[in-house]
Ligand binder design. Structure first.
Ligand code: PEP
Length: 250
């Protein structure tokens, strides 16, 4: 298994100056982080500046979304080529906020995944159930549907490059994280599903957890066998909190 991945999803927060200030400070402290790979996903407008600062550090950058076409008449969209140009190693795809507010469905996310992989950008594919679905015992069905449809026509070699983020929608931005046991149950299910879809890749696929990860709950989450990192929203906006999360085991 590669090193755990701790990824920051800044969402629609921080202007260019705020991004620069965060990264300048965080870059220094990040030298002490030994046991995790770190990715920061700022808004598009900050990518280029952040990319300049992280050169020579152990920090990677990612985008929060992308279009599946390389270029063309898609007003307001950003292409994989543009993300590569701005230095992105990662792209978050299928985040529940994009599914909910921008009507992204599994079919569209599948196109984006195929395009990211073609362009050598490592996707972080988000899946997760809503509260009502959990309460109706539909969690595993929802995850299975999202994963199998998003991964359609993606071959084994490409699938190896995908990180799966399990993000229960009811835990995102609510301060109510899944318990380590709840998360582990779903992560184990995802790993099992991956091994059915592709032989011999699931042991090396990072399955990371997202949903109200904080400095005080990261250790217990990471102690679970099938949790290989975290996607962090709110707590990634403060350098000290994000540093503590990244150095949970140092
Ligand atoms: C997210 O948006 O991916 C997320 C996990 O947010 P938060 O950590 O704020 O719940």
């Amino acid at each position: 298994m590669p090193k755990p991945l701790i990824a920051a999803n800044w969402k629609m927060n921080k202007n260019i100056e705020e991004s620069i200030s965060f990264i300048n400070n965080f870059k220094n402290s990040s030298k002490k982080i030994k046991n995790a790979e770190i990715a920061i996903c700022p808004p598009f407008t900050s990518l280029n500046e952040v990319n300049k600062i992280i050169k020579g550090s152990n920090i990677k950058i990612g985008a929060q979304n992308m279009h599946y076409e390389d270029n063309g008449a898609f007003t307001g969209e950003i292409s994989p080529l543009m993300l590569k140009d701005a230095g992105c190693d990662y792209v978050i795809l299928g985040h529940s906020e994009r599914r909910e507010y921008f009507n992204e469905d599994n079919q569209l996310i599948n196109k984006k995944l195929i395009s990211a992989l073609k362009n050598n950008i490592n996707p972080i594919l988000c899946v997760g159930e809503k509260l009502e679905q959990r309460e109706n015992n539909q969690t595993f069905d929802v995850i299975k549907g999202q994963l199998t449809n998003c991964l359609k026509n993606i071959n084994k070699e490409d699938a190896k490059k995908i990180t799966i983020a399990y993000e229960p929608v009811w835990a995102i931005g609510t301060g109510k994280n899944a318990t380590p046991e709840q998360a582990e149950e779903v992560h184990k299910f995802i790993r099992g599903l991956l091994s059915k879809l592709y032989s011999n890749i699931s042991e090396n696929t990072r399955i990371i957890y997202g949903g109200s990860v904080k400095p005080n709950n990261i250790k217990d989450l990471m102690n679970q066998d099938n949790i290989d990192g975290a996607l962090v929203g709110g707590a990634s906006l403060k350098e000290e909190d994000f540093f503590q999360i990244c150095s949970y085991s140092d």
